[in-house]
Design a protein around this ligand. Sequence first.
Ligand SMILES: [Zn+2]
Length: 65
Amino acid sequence: MKYCLDCDWSLNAADEPSQRDRSQAAIDHHVETGHTIDSSESIVRPTAPDVPGSVLVRDLVPSSD
Ligand SMILES: [Zn+2]
């Protein structure tokens, strides 16, 4: 699933079967809000990400700012 570290936005396979569309939606959310998107193989939102936010979007956004 994709989920936002800054708000309650999230998207999993039940919401959007297409991984490509999920990635696009995550990018759109990041672009629109500036929020940090993380992804997980789990469908359950992790409660305590242990990865710095700066690296989380590197595979989602080719070039931001
Ligand atoms: Zn958000």
